[in-house]
Write a protein that binds this ligand. Sequence first.
Ligand code: MD6
Ligand code: FE
Length: 215
Amino acid sequence: MHDDLFSHLTSIPAEPLVPGAYLLRGFVGQQDHQLLRELQQILAQAPWRHMQTPGGLTMSVAMSNCGKLGWVSDRRGYRYASADPLSSLPWPKMPPSFDALAQSAAAIAGFDKFKPDACLINRYASGTKLSLHQDKDERDFAQPIVSVSLGLSAIFLFGGLNRSDPVLRTELAHGDVVVWGGPSRLRYHGIAPLKPGEHPLTGRVRINLTFRAAG
Ligand code: MD6
Ligand code: FE
């Protein structure tokens, strides 16, 4: 594969996946330890929880949030909220290092005015999956989403604009960043059931941060 031939050319900044979606392999680099340390502080204030779907099912992905707004789901639906429903307190602030990482990844992909106000934090254990869905609870679809993968690798599923469209699969590894916008912004996507494994920094889980301009 030409991917392997050119993987040493770090001057190639972003790999187009589908129109509007770019994979920045290993973009997190040595910031991984710092991100995970800051994540622990966020989770001390807003711990992992399994939210309910509007249909009353419990999601297998454990979630939390930081930033001005957090994504929540319950029997009333999906929405962004400024307070954590578990504590009624504001979500923990987005650490400047999170914001800087997301903005610089977005800029490389051509979105230079990205100002995330929400960071959804997902945790996948072995067997956890995320069904095909669209991200459409945000106000401005001109803004991209920046997705940061940490820990165990997962298979990301890229569908099309209709749920029944064919689905591409690509592996997201520790430190990979996907910037997802433009013609891809409303594509269906998901995560295949996580394979068991052990990662030196996260243990038996995958953690994903998705940054959005939600409000
Ligand atoms: C995940 N990500 O990677 C789940 N959504 O764990 C998402 O649902 C997602 O990675 C929109 C854009 C990028 C994403
Ligand atoms: Fe999503």
